[in-house]
Design a protein around this ligand. Structure first.
Ligand code: BEZ
Ligand code: FE
Length: 296
């Protein structure tokens, strides 16, 4: 018998016995991760002391979560989101220098190759909702404008649905677009005021949230991926601080620095200046990009 095989499994020795069994793992990163996961998992089981029936229920929950996942729907990512793990992994991988715009979750509704648009274009293709102007600058930490930066933007409509959730109801690529800054770093486009919406809650994750007395809603937000040569790609949101769910986002994506006032503009002179024929919401936000490479 191999020396690492000595010692039998008991309730007391469980962690050591399982960890020793893995010591010949060929991949050190996997060996380390499994050591930590084994330790934490066994500790949890020892503290919870599940009945066999409860453990089977947990296994069936995960089984169903897997069965619900396909090309269009990833119930496991949703599970990671509502457990706060997606935001934790995001935070660990996007530690930013002070003053740089913070990252937040990507979410499942980003679409590759959204159409490139001209500054000032309206990303709302079906004229539904309250008009909104979004503008600001892409700048570096010293406040210098960044030209040739791209802003990939997407948002839900005034009823809280993304185009990909309402194929045949919303036009394809509704409320999406890619904008490229000039040398002054400025961006501006028209859109509609977004609304809060529930994450998909008709599966295992929705049931878990209900059992935990939690709602499935995300506060109103706009998504952005901002890219510029020499800078770390920024995946983030801009949130409406007046949203009823701003303090209880189902996926923990809200950060104070990402909240910006949605100002209701009604004066005729300002409507005319921005080419609106009715009152609109104005959102102004500067994206501060961190240099690519290590900075902490
Ligand atoms: C989103 O904001 O699009 C989103 C993020 C996480 C889970 C579901 C949706
Ligand atoms: Fe979203």
């Amino acid at each position: 018998m191999d020396s690492h095989e000595s010692g039998y499994f008991t309730e007391t020795t469980s962690i050591e016995v399982v960890t020793r069994r893995n010591k010949k793992a060929t991949n050190e990163r996997i060996r380390f991760a499994m050591e930590v996961i084994t330790r934490k998992l066994h500790e949890a089981v020892k503290e919870i002391e599940p009945t066999q029936q409860e453990w089977l229920q947990a296994i069936l929950f995960l089984t169903k979560t897997g069965h619900l996942s396909n090309e269009w729907r990833q119930e496991f990512i949703l599970l990671s989101d509502v457990l706060g793990v997606s935001m934790l992994v995001d935070a660990i991988n996007h530690r930013k220098p002070s003053g740089a715009t913070e990252n937040t979750v990507l979410g499942p509704f980003h679409v590759e190759r959204a159409p490139e648009m001209e500054m000032g274009d309206n990303i709302c293709l079906d004229q539904k909702g309250e008009p909104m102007l979004v503008r600001g600058r892409v700048i570096d930490l010293a406040g210098n404008p960044i030209g040739n930066a791209t802003l990939d933007v997407w948002q839900a409509n005034d009823e809280g649905f993304y185009d990909v959730q309402q194929r045949g109801i919303q036009p394809d690529f509704n409320l999406r677009g890619v904008f490229r800054t000039e040398s002054d770093g400025r961006y501006w486009f028209k859109a509609v005021k977004p609304k809060f919406y529930p994450i998909p809650d008709d599966g295992t994750v929705g049931r878990l949230l209900a059992l935990l007395g939690r709602h499935p809603y995300r506060p109103a937000h706009l998504h952005f991926i901002v890219k510029a040569d020499g800078f770390e790609t920024l995946t983030t949101h801009v949130f409406d601080p007046d949203d009823p769910y701003i303090d209880s986002d189902a996926v923990f994506g809200v950060k104070r620095s990402l909240m910006v006032r949605f100002e209701h503009v009604t004066e005729d002179a300002r409507l005319a200046a921005f080419g609106f024929s009715e009152p609109f919401w104005e959102v102004e936000y500067d994206f501060v990009m961190a240099q690519a490479g290590p900075h902490n």
